[in-house]
Design a protein around this ligand. Sequence first.
Ligand code: FAD
Length: 474
Amino acid sequence: MAIHCDVAVLGGGTGGYIAAIRAAQAGKQVVIIEQDKLGGTCLHRGCIPSKALLRSAELYAQMKNSEDYGIASSEVTLLYPKVQQRKQAIVDQLHKGVQALMRKNKIQVIEGRGRVIGPSIFSPKSGAVAVELNNDEMETVVPANLIIATGSRPRTLAGLQPDGVSVLSSDEALTLEELPASILIVGGGVIGVEWASLLQDFGVRVTLVEAADQLLPSEDGEISRELRKHLERRGITVMTGVKVLADTYETTKQGIQISVQNGEKNERLEADKILVSIGRQANVENIGLENTDIALTKEGYIRVNEHMQTMEPHIYAIGDCIGGLQLAHAASHEGLIAVGHMIGETSHTYAESQVPRCVYTRPEVASVGYTEQDAKKKGRNTKTAKVPFAAIGKALVQGEKEGFLKLVADADTDDLIGVQIIGAHATELIAQAALAQLLDATPWEIGQAVFAHPSLSEIFGEAALAIDGRALNL
Ligand code: FAD
């Protein structure tokens, strides 16, 4: 007997389970289908485990430098198995939390792999999802509305398939039982630079190779140069504009060897392991899209409109499988928009310019809205202000005076259109910039706010004043 429900969600990652909760709160009967573990990439292979490792790495680096704060410590020892245990305990705790949320909201969880076999119950094809249960039985779910939230997986380079030993993707890197002495990281996007920062803090010799001419290719050029400067100062070898020639890869007694094309010349690089972090690929295969009129973009993501509807109006898609900003908070927000549209509530809208983009390196990078370069490309007249953390008392107190905040405004309308930060706690500080973007605040209005002293937040107020030549501490 098929299971009939109001809403079925295919994929229980951050996007899927948040959408399921919202639909249940609206009184819908909800079924969520997950082939692996509720929480998806973010909880099990992404945000949470990587940040748990980063926290240990940062603490280890700080403890080794504690004399800077007047504290002499005896030898600091890294216990990597304990670092891994701590990470796993956090993941397990949050996983239990998501399971409890499903129970609390009376969401039926089906453990298995789902495949769409028709677009909707209103269509002649009789919309339904066939689920191959984890116990090998079959189940059919017939929803009035379906949300596809199947996420993404690491993109691979032909010739460099992850084997979990010498060639890793971020999935395998997270579960290493021992750290290598050296690593070559291919790809200087968010995942690549985070791994470079954390592994170097743990004492691994890191070479980071990026094909574009800057790290974090879609971020502000000045921010990217500043990040590179800090990573290099910490001992990471950074190569940009350099292409890894995957077909030259060889395993040797020492580890791996591979050639890279650096301008006109080829160089041979050696390391114990190689980590491929060249982006993510949408999970859109084998989920039955061919049984529907759902279209893909040319980049291979599910095409949706502003309400997250696919070409089949009763089927929505959200999260990494639709591309755009592949971030957990973007996925969950898209889930709220999809459910909002289904239930006739339109309070949630989605604008990429309001979504913070965070990079958990040391120092951290965070941004929201346009970079100066993007705004100019769009023909906007810009004015900017840049305030260094060194001008902020709390940053000196913390011993974290590296970096700066950059504020971008439209010179014609005076609207705030972007904020970029590199420095301590940038990923927390960006929240106030995102709120200002949402509320359409102008720098003048931000400058009227009272910022606690001493606090790192003062940098935001100071930049808002500085943009109109009214800085008080510069
Ligand atoms: P996913 O979380 O990928 O979930 C999809 C789920 O669908 C999976 O559980 C999968 O098993 C299931 N599924 C797929 N196909 C089927 C099927 N046919 N049947 C049943 N189930 C299926 N984002 C941030 O915002 N902050 C960060 O700090 C951050 N760090 C990251 C670090 C790393 C190393 C990585 C890899 C990613 C990171 N991300 C981060 C990105 C973030 O993890 C993703 O954007 C987010 O998980 C996307 O959520 P989603 O719901 O779209 O997909």
